[in-house]
Design a protein around this ligand. Structure first.
Ligand SMILES: C[S@@+](CC[C@H](N)C(=O)[O-])C[C@H]1O[C@@H](n2cnc3c(N)ncnc32)[C@H](O)[C@@H]1O
Length: 253
């Protein structure tokens, strides 16, 4: 698939998704309100990833591939000067409505992550959730380094493709919320190379080893117990991180 076809297909897919969601928010605009704590807890990697971003008050922060814009709102509520972009005008419309419903000011724009319309060294921090695995990582990495200030940092949460059993389940099993663009792929170890070339200080932390059953079970006692076991296992045997469901990447400039 050519780069243009890939971008077109990404945009069409996400615009369709946003259109399906738009009806819910038209009927019930209250649902645009963001519950900060609930959002931070909606996946186990979000809160630690936010911690890796550090205190954002007063900093210029980019929400990279912002989608529905929930992270943008939480960042703005923490005092960051937030700029947020996405390829999908449909998702940007939802993100704008969400910012308005939550009384925060955010600069939104439609842009391609592989060719950013920002001056060099524009941002102190960059946040991204589930977006790098849609991109040409070589191009994305160069643009990330260009727009980050020296001493700045980017943090990304991404699906990880290092577990053959999980890859099999992703490809074969039906489960709720399983809709993907044709070109997205969970990141594999070799995908980190172009990022590491540009960000030699890149660190990778895995999340959800046994507790990846959260993907199909409601959070409850079992998932909480598995999360505790995961925390112990991943601390004692860090090499098990390669079998996790998600990773948090920290890219210091
Ligand atoms: C799985 S969604 C994640 C959205 C959001 N970050 C979140 O936390 O839910 C991936 C997002 O990446 C966006 N995207 C995909 N390719 C892109 C590109 N080349 N430039 C900018 N955004 C892109 C999509 O439009 C979509 O909103």
């Amino acid at each position: 698939m050519s780069a243009t076809d890939r971008l077109d297909s990404e945009q069409v897919f996400h615009d369709r998704q946003a259109l399906r969601r738009a009806d819910t928010f038209r009927r019930d605009p209250e649902r645009l309100r963001v519950d900060d704590e609930a959002w931070l807890d909606h996946e186990t990697w979000i809160s630690p990833a936010f911690t890796a971003l550090g205190d954002v008050a007063g900093l210029c922060v980019l929400d990279y591939g912002c989608g529905h814009g929930m992270a943008s709102v939480v960042l703005a509520q923490r005092g960051a000067h937030v700029t947020a972009f996405d390829l999908s005008p449909g998702y940007l419309a939802e993100a704008r409505a969400r910012a308005e419903a939550n009384d925060v000011r955010i600069a939104f724009l439609c842009a391609n992550a592989e060719h950013l319309p920002f001056a060099d060294s524009s941002f102190d921090r960059i946040w991204g959730n589930a977006v790098l695995h849609h991109l040409d990582l070589g191009r994305a990495a160069r643009e990330l380094r260009r727009v980050l200030r020296p001493g700045g940092r980017a943090v990304f949460c991404e699906p990880w493709g290092g577990n053959p059993l999980l890859n099999w389940a992703r490809a074969r099993l039906p489960y709720p919320g399983k809709s993907r663009t044709p070109d997205e792929r969970p990141l594999r170890p070799r995908d980190l190379r172009p990022l590491r070339e540009v960000f030699p200080g890149l660190t990778v932390r895995g999340f959800q080893l046994l507790s990846m059953v959260r993907r199909v079970l409601r959070p409850g006692r079992l998932t909480a117990a598995l999360e505790k076991i995961d925390a112990r296992l991943l601390t004692c045997f860090p090499s098990l991180q390669r079998f996790c469901r998600y990773v948090v990447l920290t890219l210091p400039r």
